[in-house]
Design a protein around this ligand. Sequence first.
Ligand SMILES: [Zn+2]
Length: 355
Amino acid sequence: MLSQEMHRLRLGQIFAADVPLGLFQELPLSCFRSSSGLGRLHGEADCAQLRSAPAVHRSEVPLTFAVGELCTHCAWPVPAGHPLVAFAEAVSSLTPLRTGAEFQAGPVAEGAGRADSRDAREGRRRRWRRLQAQLLESHTVAAAYPWLALWVEPMQVSLAGAVDRARRDMALLLDEAVLLDTACAAALPAPALGEGGSALVGPGPSGSWLVQEAWACWQQECATDWGGLEAGRSAASAVVYEAFGSRRRGRTEALDALDLLVDEWNGRARALAAQHAAVPRRSLTVEFPPLVRTHNEEEEDQLTRWEAGVLAVYQVAVHWSAGSIDLLVPGPVADQLLRNSSLAAVAEDHEHPGP
Ligand SMILES: [Zn+2]
């Protein structure tokens, strides 16, 4: 006999009496019950709750009549690949919306006076993205099982409110000007080989190599994070520290020379940003990238911090069922969003007047 892999589903925990069952209403469920006809329906004949029963009868009960009477301790064996397995998973994924436990709580706890700290922004970003992921997931579930749509809708409305509060909490800690400056930094062409290198002479590698490395780190930091141009400076300095290692001689001079170079790079980025601060903004619709669960159950965000910041700050509308967001952004910000392409652009037009 072929053995088939079985899933063991705690149906009594998954299907509360109010969950619409749609196509699964008539599904016969094999149940055990005390011969008295009283008490709950069980998935296992040896459930502890049946121990005192005079005798145990097995019967097939349509799922629609069974819900509300199911033992919450028992698991029902269901063959892998049976549509009920996927439906049960889908309904389970809605549990956070049904309990509201996570999103009715206030924002993540933060130390007083540290509201602008990196930790606070990180906490708010994670909270916003997690709530967003729950809402997007619920729309995917409702699309797959349309009879759930009406039932889940009031929960989605309430969660959408929480997502938007979380977004605004996060946007409060971000600065549009910083996001624009760093988008402009990301757009600048690399300095020509040899440019600025004579002032920056490292112990081993040549000065121009150090300049190229420092530039790459400065630009990468600007392009992906939300710390602004000065965070880019720290990333560039780290290159000099690493190149010198334990050697102190000449390091201070190299850092001073680098500082002047970074002043110039920052100046170029700010000058570009100034050109774009008042010109028409671009309208852009992008898809929300999902949070990905890694094999050890950690969340991995495909959005860089800079991208998350841009979405939070420049959002003008959001379409949950389509999983997309409308933005109105300065040109260099739009360019940088599209350049990195962790965000799929759905639509774009250039016809919007400035802010
Ligand atoms: Zn039981």
